[in-house]
Write a protein that binds this ligand. Sequence first.
Ligand code: CP
Length: 337
Amino acid sequence: MAASLLKGKHFISLQDWSKQEINMALETSGDLKRKFARGEKHRLLDDQTLFMMFFEQSTRTRNSMEAGMTQLGGHAHDLTPDKMQLSHGESAKDTAMVLSRMGHGIACRNCFYGIGNKYLNEMAKWSSVPIMSLQDDFYHPMQGIADLMTIREYFGINTKGLKVTISWAYATSHAKPLSVPQTQLLLFGRYGMDVTVAAPKEFPLKKEIVDTSLINAEKNGGKITFTDDMDAAFEGAQIVIPKNWGGFANFDNFVDDEKHRKEMTNNLQKYKNWICDEKRMKLAAPEVKYMHALPADRGNEVTDAVIDGNSSIIYDEAENRLHTAKAIMALTMGGRR
Ligand code: CP
């Protein structure tokens, strides 16, 4: 495929990118990672501007994007609602139209359930420059592609049959979005992996996304299994990704009000033993790797012994956020002119 085809393409869900396009992004990520390690300049976006709008907090996404733009020779504006007129109700359309007249890319994190993905798609409808998701209520494509890169670094590019467990885990920090496990589930089946999803019944993933994931897996020789038994899910796993997500999809129409939040909190209290500890890690394959998108809720989602142990590859996974973010920006904002 021609690399230039990706110029101007939005990056809201990896589901909208073909495997050829994702593979191109992964190859570019590897190339940029090697250049970064060698200290070679790679100013592919000289003098370009990226506008980053964060409706929520971020460490990895914010800094991989901003550092990435600097390394690519451009500049990123770190914007939050309090700095922008959207706090006075300015529409997604007007924001996208104006910013796309002034720069070369717009990136946005909006994880409000039932709002975020719609907001990003509304901006994409009007923007003349690529819109990149920095995570929404359904998808986190920047995380998904970094996770795939990390898995391929450890297990090779032939991931067919690789046993991966995506598990819900207890956390007290906050009810985390569904976007990371949903992105992984959609993506890993496309790369032929044998994925087990473990979650208590009150913490399902979104049905439409599960249905699409099953189709993805079937078309690509992957497999997806569901269980509500965390121990069983760990048995023989080569990769475990235990992480909290909120019970948003447990409701037909989740509204962020006191009633729904209270029910989610009550459900959460039933599953304090859903922690990734050494006992569970012993159920997995000897070569098992522990992954987490971070931030991790240490002592609740995972014990220190596991996250700081030999199986943990969390910092490689986090570093790859930089290389993959740069590849996505370079391909969608730059490319052949
Ligand atoms: N994994 C991830 O997106 O981290 P941040 O929330 O810190 O950006």
